[in-house]
Design a protein around this ligand. Sequence first.
Ligand SMILES: Cc1ncc(COP(=O)(O)O)c(C=O)c1O
Length: 407
Amino acid sequence: MRRVYMDYSATTPVDARVVEAMLPYLTEKFGNPSSVHLWGQEARAAVDHARQQVAALIGARPNDVIFVSSGTEANNLAIRGVAEQWAARGRHIITSTIEHPSVRGVCQLLEQRGWEITRLPVGEDGIVRATDVQAALRPDTVLVTIMLANNEIGTIQPIAEIAAIVRQMRARGCSHALLHVDGVQALGRMRVEVEELGCDLLSMSGHKLHAPKGVGALYVRRGVRLAPQMIGGHQERNRRAGTEAVPLIVAFGKAAELARQELETRIAHMRALRDRFEAGVAERISDVVFNGDRKRRLPHITNVSFRYIEGEGLLINLDLQGIAVSTGSACSSGTLEPSPVIRALGRDDELARGAVRFSLGKETTEEDIDYVLDVLPRAVDALRRISPLYQKAVAEGRAKQLLVPTT
Ligand SMILES: Cc1ncc(COP(=O)(O)O)c(C=O)c1O
């Protein structure tokens, strides 16, 4: 059976060149960067080099990059770090309704501990309005945390516009708010330059751009202070204690360098295949809705709602045929809840439940896309045939014909 991985938003394979770069740091170059001797110096130099590589990918100064264990940790450090550091100034945070669970969860926790959280809605296009941020900013706002691009539908948020507003309010003395941006899904899939974005903090994760899992980074603009969340060592200039994960950091550095060199080629490749996939879906399958803005979005994600069926059912059906996709839904205490992101677009329950995310990578081929386009319409038809919702829609004359004839 052919196997097609279409879940690059969840994680990516480690690039062979990245493996090659990190291997010596798992074997002969095993020193602790804090050690004074030669082994330590070798490891320190490798971490410094990786810091330069990651900083170069986002146009930052190397000293403004802190290595952490994941995008989740970067988000925790940024949000909790700012909230705790500036609690005396105010306890108001602005975020959106489409953030990743690692941002949503931290905001929820802070809310339970007395912070006030304003969650801005998105339009049907999956984009936050900068004017809503302006209206929500208050003298006691300490943080605005909005993602650069959404991980389920790929929509790109107007960060530069939001940053301009945040800075203006700060300059006028109307607010002290800092701007944190979760850039995890965007990095390596679009140009990300911290000066252009105007953000104060930016979260990154290695495994979304062909480095291994377990390494991430947080960009912290010079002069921005935040309370460390990991205590007990002087590493990362006292901002994140713990012996540096040298092999993983080296890998992240190499992956960042490759992403920078190959960004345009990767984007063009993923976009062309994504467009081919979407055209094929629209042509072959009835009653589908593409979620999120069609223009302001990452090149590698397409999120499709298939009416009358459950996304989870389709995911399992495709998995049995060798195709990996995902739904945004979380399985909590045995009940399948539709994705909060798709719900935030104002989609009805049926469309929210029928949403599936297909995400591509630099390794995806035309043959992969054509295989999925061959399997998918039959999988959707098979599920619709047994769907009470579909039967009802047919009886009411709402459903379109199945495109694949019964055999
Ligand atoms: C937008 C976004 N933020 C944060 C994360 C968490 O990153 P990590 O898996 O490195 O913890 C992810 C991963 O799916 C993501 O897509």
